[in-house]
Design a protein around this ligand. Structure first.
Ligand code: BES
Ligand code: MN
Ligand code: ZN
Length: 488
């Protein structure tokens, strides 16, 4: 879809639809009032007759005999709350998509959002409209050719708004890539498939090159922990490194590392069957790193950024690890695998060691669908944030607030570390029934000592479960793109 900026007043728009905001009380915003005046107070009458009440997100689509369709969108009270603004824009995009119109004009210059500026609002518009176009029909034999589309949105604003609209659009393209990778079936999305997708991204930018470690190289590096997971599957594991170097030469890069378990059966500690299909989403951390990379390429952000993926399939087999096995990680730590279903941390820890050795990163954030415990604690609203670095916490929380991709900080105190004690090795890979999300983070912290490191547990936020709602969310791409964009 095409975003453009125009200074032609909305009441002179010659296209197929105009999106007009109608508050629940008080005067119409200027743009709506200008159309109202032209239409002999038609919108005012619709308000009086209660055909539109102005409730946030309420939509009324009215075809006109001569002129563009009116898409009236309820905007509640002024100033709008951020969540209400996003809801109104989301409903407007849905109404436009469902209508016969393929283009529209919109003017939000008179809409104020509590605590956020116009730049933010235009970014949201770019993101929300582009995101409204996501659909997954990759695996349907008959594509829905009648699917409504939006070809263009003209925003009445000064020219600087275009940069913000394009920022939001790039972000949503990244989210769409992340969602698609998540929604694709696990017999297609294997570690090798993810590696191929990384290679494809590298053809889009001369700033990006990829390096893919295979199992032989991992063997040489002593990555016994990663390999203990990958060896149960016939699909070879991969550590994928995407080096995007558009910043100052010599500046230490920021690293994002995603968990890429392309299917998590639990291994020998097999998961129950019900809903197990959803463990195809256990690569959503990896997918969010790929989506973030796509957005960064589109935006041509001048930063040094390495996107990494620890990709493997967790399967039970004659080659699989057993509970009680002890393996040695790349940094020399010995690990007693008490539960083969706690595999995410086992692949991530060696990738973390490799990232630290290879890139000496300015910061490193891992993103992982790591624990059911995090989902139990925070539901689908917040991703879990763990770090002992206050500055990094602040940066991530700020990026999360402005991108409306929320996180909640969970504890990572030293007092929890002893839950990982093992009788037979340096540490165990599980910490018992208490504080499961924290003990997983504690495990990773053993491999990131002295680093500017944070861990995001996205088990509850990366996808929606069950029935018709089932599907990847594209989170936390908004958070990650904003976090990196704030570096410049
Ligand atoms: N991928 C799962 C975590 C998960 C489960 C995410 C359900 C989203 C929904 C992870 O590999 C896992 O199995 N974790 C175990 C850890 C346990 C064995 C300590 C869990 O959370 O049950
Ligand atoms: Mn698991
Ligand atoms: Zn897992």
């Amino acid at each position: 879809m095409q975003f453009s900026v125009s200074q032609t007043p909305i009441n002179e728009y010659q296209g197929q639809a105009v999106i007009l905001f109608v508050p629940s009380e008080g005067d119409l915003p200027k743009a709506s009032a200008s159309v109202d005046a032209q239409l002999n107070s038609y919108i005012t009458q619709l308000r009086q007759s209660q055909d539109i009440k102005g409730k946030v997100g309420e939509c009324l689509v009215i075809p006109q005999a001569n002129g563009p369709r009116l898409i009236l969108v309820g905007s509640g009270k002024s100033p709008m709350q951020a969540k209400d603004f996003c809801k109104a824009i989301t409903e407007a995009a849905k109404a436009l998509k469902a209508s016969a119109a393929n283009d529209a004009a919109m003017d939000i210059s008179d809409i104020t959002v509590d605590g956020f500026d116009a730049e933010w609002a235009y970014k949201q518009v770019g993101q929300i409209f582009q995101d409204a176009l996501y659909h997954f029909d990759e695996c349907k034999s008959k594509k829905d050719e009648g699917a409504q589309k939006i070809e263009s949105l003209s925003v009445i604003a000064d020219n600087t708004a275009e940069i913000d609209l394009k920022f939001g659009q790039a972000l949503a393209k990244g989210m769409a890539f992340t969602k698609k990778l998540g929604d694709m079936p696990p017999n297609v999305v294997t570690p090798s498939y993810l590696a191929d997708e990384a290679d494809k991204l590298a053809t889009m930018s001369d700033k990006l090159s990829t390096k893919i470690l295979d199992e032989d190289q991992m063997e040489e590096l002593g990555m016994g922990s990663f390999l203990s997971v990958a060896k149960g599957s016939i699909e070879p594991g991969k550590i994928i490194c995407m080096e995007y170097m558009a910043g100052k030469a010599g500046d230490a890069p920021h690293v994002l590392l995603g968990k890429g378990i392309t299917f998590d059966t639990g291994g020998i500690s097999l998961k129950p069957g019900a809903g197990m299909d959803e463990m195809k989403y256990d690569m959503c951390g990896a997918a969010s790193v790929l989506g973030t990379m796509l957005a960064i390429i589109e935006l041509e952000l001048p930063i040094n950024f390495v996107g990494m993926i620890a990709a493997a399939e967790n399967m039970p087999s004659g080659h699989a690890s057993k509970p009680g096995d002890i393996v040695t990680a790349m940094n020399g730590t010995t690990i007693e695998i008490l539960n083969t279903d706690a595999e995410g941390r086992l692949v991530l820890c060696d990738a973390l060691s490799y990232a630290i050795d290879t890139y000496k990163p300015a910061s490193i954030v891992d993103i992982a669908t790591l624990t059911g415990a995090c989902m139990a604690a925070l539901g689908r609203v917040n991703s879990g944030l763990f770090t002992q670095d206050e500055e990094l916490a602040e940066e991530l929380i700020q990026a999360s607030t402005s991108s409306r991709d929320s996180v909640w900080r969970l504890p990572l105190q030293d007092e929890y570390q002893e839950l990982l004690d093992s009788n037979f090795a340096d540490i165990a890979n599980i910490g018992g029934p208490l504080a499961g999300a924290t003990t997983a983070a504690c495990f990773l912290s053993r491999f990131t000592e002295g680093q500017k490191w944070a861990h995001l547990d996205i088990a509850g936020t990366a996808w929606n479960s069950g029935g018709k709602a089932k599907g990847a969310t594209g989170r936390p791409v908004p958070l990650l793109v904003n976090y990196l964009a704030n570096k410049i």
